[in-house]
Design a protein around this ligand. Structure first.
Ligand SMILES: [Cu+2]
Length: 133
């Protein structure tokens, strides 16, 4: 019992659950953060802009995010999107990224970059990919 308690106390990766109301969301996790996201529209159409809504929570011991960047690229093709995204914070750990567009079919990888403490330290990167047909 005592050992278990010490293990729990020494853990810096306590889970948290990001809340993104309004429907189902994909969850991805890094050592420090958990992120829920969904696209709008839900089904991405090649060559049409879409929005990514996301919610972020910091696990125990991790700094609260200052800002989030959202980007995407095609790792196999070594190119990114033709547009830059604009991320706005809705407060309360929620963000909205506008201006995404996947301009061709294939595997696209989202890159979520979480920044804390100004310029100090590298941003935490979280990635996940989707295949568009
Ligand atoms: Cu490509």
């Amino acid at each position: 019992m005592r050992v278990l308690l010490l293990m729990l106390l020494s853990s810096t990766t306590w889970a948290c659950m990001p809340e993104l109301p309004g429907g189902k969301a994909q969850i991805i996790e890094s050592a420090k953060y958990a992120l829920a996201y969904r696209t709008q529209p839900e089904k991405i159409v090649i060559g049409q802009h879409f929005v990514v809504e996301l919610a972020l929570c910091a696990k125990a011991g991790a700094a609260v995010p200052d800002s989030v960047r959202v980007d995407a690229h095609m790792p196999e093709h070594r190119h990114g999107m033709n547009y830059k995204t604009k991320v706005t914070s809705n407060g309360d750990g929620k963000y909205r990224a506008e201006g995404l567009m996947f301009h061709m079919p294939g595997r696209w990888e989202y890159i979520f970059e979480v920044r804390t403490g100004g310029t100090a330290g590298a941003p935490e990167r979280m990635t996940t990919s989707v295949v568009l047909q």
